[in-house]
Ligand binder design. Structure first.
Ligand SMILES: Nc1ncnc2c1ncn2[C@@H]1O[C@H](COP(=O)(O)OP(=O)(O)OP(=O)(O)O)[C@@H](O)[C@H]1O
Ligand SMILES: [Mg+2]
Length: 244
């Protein structure tokens, strides 16, 4: 599962500069620095409570950083609100999927397009159904009755409905059987091949580093290691702490 490098161009899409996030007295992120280039698949790995979800929430403006900058396509988005960030092309596929259980697959996908007013929404839903045939078969099924893997596919697909330039994925493998995880990771790899820039948060460091271009290790709110995914996967510190 070697990442295919040729599509990465040298243009930076996102930069986190000395980002601090506190929840009351808890310092969840301590001056973290992350750089993502266009077309890259970057993974952020770390143990429970390391600050992975907080990093994604800061980018999508669900939480506000105390200090530091979030630079997206050359613009500081520190002061943007969550819906503005979606309009700028950042989609967040949250931890635990968060599909609307009592709405159908189709309606969940429509919801993903809430910021759009163009005429191509229905056509994009059909594209999603080509990409995720399992969702096509279940388009009128209530999302809450989908399997865990299908809900994850729906959550990714819903995020894609905003036509993002940067996709944030929070633990897509969580709680899924190995065969489904393989399927989801193949989908992520395919998205990357289409040129999508992806920030993938994972506890499954081994799988994430296998498909990523580069990686960051987050420990108790600080970035402790960074580099090419192919280097990190054979780094003794990473092996001992995250690869068993
Ligand atoms: N809303 C909140 N209020 C207070 N503390 C919070 C809140 N959300 C997260 N935290 C704390 O911030 C730290 C980082 O949490 P975060 O959810 O970002 O970790 P994580 O790396 O995503 O963990 P996991 O792998 O368990 O999902 C933790 O110590 C957590 O308890
Ligand atoms: Mg988390």
């Amino acid at each position: 599962m070697n990442a295919d490098k040729h599509q990465v161009i040298d243009e930076i899409i996102l930069q986190l500069q000395d980002l601090d996030v506190n929840y009351g007295g808890i310092k969840a992120l301590k001056k973290i620095n992350v750089t993502i280039k266009k077309g890259e698949l970057v993974t952020l790995i770390g143990a429970n409570g390391a600050g992975k979800t907080t990093t994604l929430k800061a980018i999508s403006k669900i939480v506000n950083p105390q200090t530091g900058n979030i630079i997206y396509n050359g613009h500081n988005i520190n002061r943007c609100q969550a819906h503005e960030v979606v309009k700028l092309g950042i989609a967040h596929c949250p931890e635990g999927r968060r599909v609307l259980a009592k709405q159908t697959v189709f309606d969940n996908l429509m919801l993903g397009a809430y910021i759009r007013s163009d005429q191509e929404i229905k056509a994009d839903i059909n594209k999603q159904f080509d990409l995720f045939p399992r969702l096509a078969e279940r388009r009128n099924q209530l999302a809450g009755t989908l399997s865990g893997g299908e809900q994850q596919m729906l959550a990714i697909s819903r995020a894609l409905m905003s036509r993002p330039k940067l996709l944030l994925l929070d633990e897509p493998s969580l709680g899924l059987a190995p065969a489904i995880v393989k399927e989801i990771f193949a989908i992520i790899q395919n998205l990357r091949k289409t040129g999508m820039t992806i920030l993938l948060v994972e506890q499954n460091a081994n799988l994430a580093l296998q498909i990523a271009d580069s990686g960051y290790v987050l420990e108790a709110g600080s970035i402790t290691l960074t580099g090419a995914a192919s280097k990190l996967i054979s780094d003794e510190r990473v092996k001992q702490a995250y690869l068993g």
